[in-house]
Design a binder for this molecule. Structure first.
Ligand code: HEC
Ligand code: HEC
Ligand code: HEC
Ligand code: HEC
Ligand code: HEC
Ligand code: HEC
Ligand code: HEC
Ligand code: HEC
Length: 446
């Protein structure tokens, strides 16, 4: 885009100028990069993308990024040059030390470390290696292995997962968001960038955003958001809608842009039971500082009041009891202590990992359909119609029906919010509902 304009303006300045453009560009490029180009014009996709990038304008060429030392694990001899295919965050750090350090300190950089988790067990054992390679690792990142000749092991690459472990030991891939060879911040600011990974049944941030007012406004006024501006501050460069980047990364009048996406989160919402993050008060203040460009304090505080109440409610009404009931059944020998071999293991897993996360993500990013219908409705359905009946059956099968009675006494009858399950709905409430329908639709409830 920039280059097209550049050339167009030169054409307007007539003849001698076009020769000037070529020499100005080549002067900025190193002789090595000029050599790369002689052959790589044959890969027009790579070269044109790069020519449209800030790197081209700054004279950062093929060689500046791909050069390697002969001792590097993934160095290859390439027509007289020593190059590496992977340009790792450590390579980018030579020119972008802040972004690389922040990225390295973030959860994103740790995302490749997932084998010793319940998800890992599910992927590796219940699924299998080929599924992990094209599934989990394309989001989380592979451990890139290098063959003896310096080429990359095809079982582990291509891969641009967010926590990829690179041959030089660095973690992450900048091109997970800044797709090569444009390496554009304008592109990274768009929600679609994050949506490669942040979607689906267990973390539908993209879908939640799309249904939120913010997502609606983004689609309506995308062209007016000036996403190519250098700083891109809400309230200065644009006014209509925040994107994922706005809230989680971009600068505000009081904060610099950050490549640690966790710095504005006061909760861990993806855990089975949500807990506060370390230094959560500061993180909360930093997120609220994003909202003030477009919302007043009572609005922002009201939003957080609703969110905090919702997270507490999810934890206490469903997540903690579900976890405790399953643990009790394991302790009493009704279930095995192994994961995923009893039906309840799966019910509990989906209750927090799918349904419970969806609910919390819906509440945190203003997607009411995810907070309720894809969220708490599904959680409640799992709790009352799957987990409890399955617990009953398992107790009976194990010859311990009294254990289920104890569970009911403690978790259901002992808690007003669950009593309806054994005692039925409150008759007074039912009477009021009946009246409501009669007055509203002149009809009786059957
Ligand atoms: C003499 C021609 C030639 C020169 C000079 C050259 N390349 Fe290449 N390069 C190629 C060809 C051809 C391929 C494609 C190989 C293939 O598809 O198997 C390639 C592939 C690559 C790859 C991808 C390798 C892979 O395994 O996927 C990188 C990275 C690369 N070149 C970088 C460079 C850089 C950087 C320079 C300059 C320092 C350079 N090349 C100079 C011809 C050249
Ligand atoms: C800003 C740094 C940077 C510059 C400049 C750059 N590259 Fe790359 N290149 C990368 C990154 C990052 C990747 C992705 C490697 C990975 O992580 O998988 C890549 C990948 C490649 C690949 C493999 C792509 C594929 O799909 O097979 C080729 C070929 C390549 N670069 C050639 C070039 C050439 C030719 C130039 C100059 C016109 C160039 N690069 C300039 C950073 C750069
Ligand atoms: C040799 C130095 C150098 C290397 C290596 C380098 N960059 Fe850059 N990069 C620059 C310069 C100079 C600019 C333009 C000025 C600026 O925006 O900071 C730039 C700009 C950028 C931008 C802003 C683009 C925009 O839309 O304005 C991004 C994103 C970026 N680089 C990412 C990367 C990534 C990712 C790598 C590694 C794969 C990398 N850079 C490697 C020097 C470098
Ligand atoms: C579509 C991309 C994608 C796929 C495929 C995927 N994940 Fe994830 N995973 C994510 C994202 C995004 C998060 C963070 C969700 C959040 O914060 O709400 C995450 C979270 C996790 C976490 C929690 C990390 C923590 O710090 O709490 C684990 C563990 C995990 N994934 C493992 C796996 C495994 C193992 C697989 C394959 C069996 C897998 N994931 C498949 C994108 C993916
Ligand atoms: C999670 C996605 C993501 C990853 C991964 C990522 N970036 Fe960025 N980056 C962004 C976004 C979004 C912006 C634009 C923020 C803003 O100003 O609105 C950006 C901006 C930048 C800029 C421009 C900074 C400025 O102040 O103008 C540079 C340079 C950059 N990134 C380099 C890197 C490097 C180097 C890496 C790898 C170490 C990296 N990025 C990894 C999303 C990402
Ligand atoms: C290539 C996949 C991928 C992309 C692209 C990606 N993420 Fe992530 N993100 C993940 C995974 C995986 C995790 C979970 C990491 C973990 O804890 O192991 C995560 C975690 C997060 C977290 C939680 C961080 C924390 O400290 O708890 C936030 C916030 C986040 N991402 C925001 C973003 C934003 C904003 C973008 C786009 C600008 C983005 N991500 C792009 C995969 C991705
Ligand atoms: C209007 C601001 C805003 C926008 C836009 C936004 N988020 Fe969020 N996001 C939040 C808030 C607020 C939270 C919860 C913060 C807390 O924990 O205090 C959150 C939480 C998260 C988390 C943490 C989930 C966890 O498991 O703990 C991830 C990941 C995330 N957002 C990703 C995204 C992605 C991807 C997009 C775009 C598709 C996006 N967000 C858009 C404000 C936003
Ligand atoms: C760039 C401006 C902008 C930023 C920044 C922004 N919002 Fe909004 N937000 C809006 C606009 C405009 C609306 C639509 C108001 C309406 O309903 O007319 C909105 C709506 C909302 C709604 C109402 C959702 C609904 O369905 O009625 C909530 C809640 C909200 N924002 C929370 C936040 C929070 C929390 C932050 C900061 C983390 C934030 N917003 C940041 C512009 C912004």
């Amino acid at each position: 885009m920039k280059k097209a304009l550049f050339i167009a303006s030169c054409l307007a300045a007539l003849l001698m100028c076009s020769a000037g453009v070529v020499s100005a560009a080549t002067e900025r490029l190193s002789p090595e990069t000029a050599q790369c180009l002689t052959c790589h014009e044959e890969m027009p996709g790579v070269v044109r993308q790069w020519e449209d990038s800030a790197h081209w304008s700054a004279g950062v060429g093929c060689y500046e990024c791909h050069q390697a030392n002969a001792g590097d694990a993934d160095a290859v001899d390439h027509y007289g040059f020593t190059v590496a295919v992977i340009v790792s965050p450590r390579d980018c750090a030579q020119c972008h030390p802040n972004e690389s350090a922040e990225q390295e300190g973030s959860h994103h950089a740790k995302a490749g470390d997932i084998l010793n988790t319940k998800d890992g067990l599910l992927g590796q054992t219940i699924g299998g290696e080929p599924a992990v390679a094209v599934g989990c690792r394309q989001c989380h990142g592979s451990i890139v292995k290098v063959n003896a000749d310096g080429t990359l092991d095809p079982a582990t690459w291509p891969n641009t997962g967010i926590g990829r472990v690179n041959p030089d030991g660095s973690k992450g891939t900048c091109s997970a968001c800044h797709t090569r060879h444009r390496f554009s911040k304008e592109q990274a600011r768009q929600p679609e960038t994050c949506g490669k990974c942040h979607l689906g049944p267990d973390h539908p941030q993209k879908e939640v955003y799309e249904e939120s007012k913010h997502g609606i406004l983004y689609r309506a006024f995308k062209d007016e958001l000036n996403m190519d501006q250098p700083k891109w501050i809400a309230g200065q460069d644009y006014f209509d809608a925040p994107t994922c980047a706005t809230c989680h990364m971009s600068a505000t009048p009081n904060q610099d842009v950050t490549h640690d996406v966790g710095t504005r989160l006061s909760w861990n919402l993806r855990a089975p039971i949500s807990k506060r993050t370390a230094d959560w008060e500061q993180k909360l203040a930093d997120m609220q500082d994003v909202c003030v460009a477009c919302h007043g304090t009572p609005f922002i505080e009201g939003f957080y009041l609703q969110l905090d109440a919702f997270v507490g409610f999810y934890n206490n009404k469903f997540a903690i009891p579900a976890k405790e009931i399953r643990e009790l059944l394991m302790e009493e020998g009704v279930l095995t202590k192994r994961d995923f071999d009893d039906k309840i293991d799966w019910i509990y897993w989906e209750l927090w990992h799918h349904e419970g996360r969806r609910a919390r993500h819906g509440a945190a990013m203003s997607g009411p359909d995810y907070a309720w219908w894809h969220g708490i409705y599904d959680v409640a359905k799992a709790f009352y119609t799957h987990l409890l009946p399955e617990a009953k059956e398992a107790c009976e099968k194990a010859g311990k029906p009294e254990l289920y009675e104890q569970i009911v006494a403690k978790y259901i009858d002992g808690r007003p919010e669950h009593q309806w399950y054994t005692k039925g709905f409150d008759p007074k409430q039912l009477e009021e509902i009946k009246k409501y329908y009669q007055e509203r639709y002149q009809q009786d409830v059957k």
